[in-house]
Write a protein of this length. Structure first.
Length: 311
């Protein structure tokens, strides 16, 4: 027999499970930590089962909690999808969808696709953010992420599709090469100024070279003349003649075509980090998420990446 009691506390439980803490769930739901804790305690008492394993430092789902979580997320997803279907009976994508993109690649190659998509689907309300940090879609409640680089094994809560690897090349401005000469081999790079990608912690991304074995990659540290923590800024520094940079072709191709940049040591060009479209599995059935995934996937690969070995 149906009872409204069965629905109480489900949203709180799912938020705590997703975020891994009462405090984070309280912030997302605009409640106090005490209210969150009491809601979970009442739910556990009603079910007669412990949903979380608690220590002073960690909070994780119990075996019963995992089972209950799967059911709750399925129910909540079904409810959201039905609500949207009632608003748009033809399953027209509708409502807010959170999207996180890499800063430069996202602005140059993904955002234009999203803008084209919402012209076709005016009821969709994308919330697009740009960041080069590795966001956690589960904990941050992000529906779709485009990620450059990623783990060896993806969490079970995430769906993902590889769409190519960055093609990296060494390049410089013609004025720089005229003044400092064109490197003839790999060893010559040690005597040239270089432009690097700098992180907020002061570290500089290494340059990547082909390893001894097929598919192997070797990382070598560099001491840059200038380090810039943004891909487009890195290109600007190379264009201004401050040194040689190792850059992805999706960022440099237009400048190469116009002669503003010149590729050097083409034999050292190599595949870089993998590129993936990532999404929350719990939301992939929603029309707004599914339609956007289906639109993006076939359109992402051509932007200066190599996708022939798609996984």
């Amino acid at each position: 027999m149906y009872s409204s009691e069965r629905l109480k506390g489900i949203d709180v439980f799912v938020a705590v499970a997703d975020l891994g803490s009462f405090t984070a769930a309280a912030e997302r739901l605009n409640l106090t930590s005490s209210a969150i804790s009491k809601s979970v305690a009442r739910l556990e008492a009603r079910l007669g089962a412990r949903l979380f394993n608690r220590t002073t430092r960690t909070l994780s789902l119990s075996e019963a909690g995992v089972i209950f979580y799967r059911t709750c997320t399925s129910v909540l997803t079904d409810l959201e999808e039905v609500e949207h279907a009632l608003v748009a009976s033809d399953n027209e994508p509708h409502g807010k969808v959170r999207i996180e993109l890499p800063a430069s690649y996202g602005r140059l190659h993904v955002l234009p696709l999203i803008l084209d998509f919402i012209r076709l689907h005016p009821l969709l309300q994308p919330h697009v953010s740009f960041s080069d940090r590795f966001v956690d879609p589960v904990h941050e409640g992000i529906d779709i992420v485009v990620r450059i680089g990623g783990p060896d094994a993806w969490p079970a809560a995430l769906g993902h599709q590889y769409f190519g690897a960055q093609r990296l090349m060494f390049c410089a401005a013609p004025a720089y090469l005229e003044k400092h000469g064109v490197p003839q081999d790999e060893r010559d790079l040690e005597y040239h100024h270089c432009v690097g990608y700098g992180h907020t912690d002061g570290m500089v991304s290494p340059w990547l070279f082909k390893g001894r074995q097929p598919g192997e990659m070797e990382r070598r540290s560099v001491q840059p003349r200038i380090a810039v923590g943004d891909g487009e800024g890195e290109v600007a520094a190379v264009l201004a003649g401050h040194g040689i940079g190792q850059l992805p072709t999706w960022l440099t191709q237009q400048h190469l075509d116009q002669g503003r940049l010149v590729e050097v040591l083409p034999a050292l060009a190599t595949d870089g980090l993998p590129m993936n479209l990532v999404w929350l599995k719990s939301r992939e059935g929603l029309p707004k998420v599914r339609a956007l995934l289906d639109y993006l996937l076939p359109r992402l690969a051509p932007h200066g990446t190599r996708a022939s070995d798609a996984r």
